[in-house]
Ligand binder design. Sequence first.
Ligand code: URA
Length: 218
Amino acid sequence: MSRRALLQYLELLKQSGVQQLFLPATALPDPAEKKATLARLAQSYSNCQKCPLAAGRINLVYGEGNPDACTMLIGEGPGDNENKTGHPFVGPAGQLLDKMLAAIQINRADIYITNIVKCRPPQNRNPMSEERLACMPYLIEQIQIIQPQILLIMGLVAAQSLLGTTASLSWHRQKQHEFLGIPAFVTYHPAALLRNPHWKRPAWDDLQAFQKYYQQLC
Ligand code: URA
């Protein structure tokens, strides 16, 4: 990990209220072990009370997919369908996401899908900064376990939360970024594409750029 990535990581942990670090002595290379660790952690956080989103929770939506994935896809937060089922991206936005992935020959089972916040914000409002920060250690832990090679960030809220900017989505889309030293691509959130179908064309450009990188690396 580069110095910049390490500082970004430590700063996020500090803002999230983490005061002590216990790093695993070794990586977790075995997919079965990764899967078991993720399942155990999901269970242990299921009654999390770190932020007010716990009040509206039916299910904590931890994330799912390939525990050894080359790509981790990061959305904003669960909606109503996700809260009811406990699975990420299963509502209308999730159906569009599946089509977007299929268009670049990726099956959702190949990747790992999660969100910035793991509990549904009321009325699907944007998660507040203290809610995002409270949840950030969970996402960082998922990244440490899965060790993805590429991140695909869906939408402005996720991009700003991870990249520490207040810039627009177009600014984020124009460049490749890094989060914790991992190359990161930003594109439109599928829910935004459902509201504004004329963004599908630029989203397709983003997906093709991501696909090129994905095919080289994964
Ligand atoms: N929108 C998201 O950002 N994540 C989900 O899991 C579902 C909808």
